[in-house]
Design a protein around this ligand. Structure first.
Ligand code: AMP
Ligand code: GLY
Length: 429
């Protein structure tokens, strides 16, 4: 089969790494890819925002499956454009991608179907949103309705912070994504990420994970796309996973099918767990990054048939086998991320770091310049490892990082602290 993978992050490198191990794969293209993906796939300069160009390329090359990594092309309707040309794609339609593309849409769906989530209200008017604040208890969570590159959520501890978040949103801080907003109750508890493949009418749970959203050790500093992850999430017991399927994933799948907009793709539920009960924080309609990296390390089965079955509506025939060994990934980011950062600093020592057979290095934002690999993004590398325990996986990952020579980067030294022991522990130094 010929597969086109769209995206350029660590998530896509992990998907590419797993896809290239499939006996069904003849050729893997990736657009635009990165320096790591270029070692295992044919990277092409195709703009995934240009739906006509993507369709033309697929027809020219006889692509059998398009795997759409990030959310923006899904929310823009790329899967629909491909379907209209008879090209198979892994990823939901524009209507189904509203589960990520509009937080208000998802909250309304939860309310209609009794799916547990934080209490909320939707606003498209600044004054009405501010008036509502006075009726609620702090802290409150203010969210831009649409896509905001992970920056559209403010946890407001004071009325002033809440008002400032509302002002920023309506002043265009998140572009069109902020034309509407959701104000919701602050949920306490422990977060976990839950993933399921859905083919419209069948949902197949994948493994669980936990990520670290804050930039610095001790879960401090600004929110990021994710600074590290591990799988499985110890808090997600089998009973809790069954509960998430029954109370959150399956009702959502049913609601989407009933509305005539069935969801097909991977549904990523961000959960808050308190007293053993799960509540939905939000949906994403794609794999998490860096959660995907640890899932791919643990997936023993061939990924490609599962992605095809998701697109074809035959997931009931698929069974996936997972390694019992945990996996953990540490993100190396450019200094300054998630704020402004420089591009172009050289990264050395990658081959030495990858020599440990427990370790896989996924590139997230890199570019090749002659013989050199240079940083080309905010999140730049994911150093992932498996081991008999989270502690062991973590030791392998940090030992590999010690071999990487990249003064322009930084990383957290405490990835996996929740899984390693009750208290926060710091590795190294
Ligand atoms: P998001 O950018 O939507 O992934 O949200 C970023 C983070 O904000 C989540 O991972 C949670 O840590 C936090 N968050 C979002 N909504 C809530 C909520 N209702 N209560 C508590 N924390 C929340
Ligand atoms: N790691 C969080 C995300 O992919 O949204």
């Amino acid at each position: 089969m010929k597969v086109l993978l769209l995206g350029s992050g660590g998530r896509e490198h992990a998907l590419a790494w797993k896809l290239t191990r499939s006996p069904l794969l003849d050729r893997l293209y990736c657009a635009p890819g990165n320096a790591g993906i270029a070692l295992i796939a044919s990277c092409i300069p195709l703009d995934m925002g240009d739906q006509d160009a993507v369709c033309r390329f697929c027809k020219q090359e006889g692509i059998d499956l398009v795997v759409i990594g990030p959310e923006a092309p899904l929310v823009a309707g790329l899967a629909d454009a491909l379907a209209a040309e008879g090209i198979k794609a892994f990823g939901p339609s524009k209507a189904a991608a509203r589960l990520e593309g509009s937080k208000g849409f998802t909250k309304d769906l939860c309310a209609r179907y009794g799916i547990p989530t934080a209490a909320y209200a939707r606003f498209d008017d600044q004054d009405a949103a501010k008036a509502y604040l006075a009726t609620q208890k702090l802290p409150l969570v203010i969210k831009a309705d649409g896509l905001a590159a992970g920056k559209g959520v403010t946890i407001a501890q004071t009325l002033g912070e809440a008002e400032a978040a509302i002002d920023a949103c309506f002043a265009g801080a998140f572009g069109a994504g902020g034309a509407e907003l959701v104000i919701e109750e602050f949920l306490e508890g422990e977060e976990a990420s839950f993933f399921a493949l859905i083919d419209g009418t069948t949902a197949l749970p994948l493994a669980t994970a936990q990520d670290h959203k804050r930039a610095f050790d001790g879960d401090r500093g600004p929110n990021t796309g994710g600074m590290g992850a591990y799988s499985p999430a110890p808090i997600m017991t089998p009973a809790l996973c069954r509960r998430v399927m029954a109370e959150i994933i399956e009702p959502t799948m049913g609601a989407m099918a009933e509305a005539g907009t069935p969801f097909k793709g991977v549904l990523y539920a961000g959960l808050m767990i308190k007293d053993g009960l799960p509540k939905l924080i939000e949906y994403n309609v794609r794999f998490g990054d860096p959660e995907c990296q640890v899932l791919m390390l643990r997936l023993k089965s061939d990924l490609l048939p599962a992605l095809i079955a998701t697109a074809d509506g035959t997931l009931r025939d698929i069974e996936l086998e997972w390694s019992q060994q945990p996996a953990l990934a540490v993100v190396m980011a450019a200094q300054g991320y998630p704020g402004a950062y420089a591009k172009g600093s050289e990264i050395k020592g990658l081959d030495a770091a990858a020599a440990d057979s427990h370790v896989q290095i996924f590139h997230a934002g890199t570019r090749r310049e002659g013989d050199r690999i240079v940083a080309d993004g905010g999140r730049v590398l994911d150093v992932a490892a498996s081991g008999k325990s989270v502690s062991e996986a973590r030791a392998h990952a940090y030992a590999a990082i010690d071999k990487i020579d990249w003064p322009g980067g930084f990383y957290r030294r405490d990835i996996g602290w929740r899984a390693v022991g009750g208290a926060q522990t710091v590795v190294g130094d």
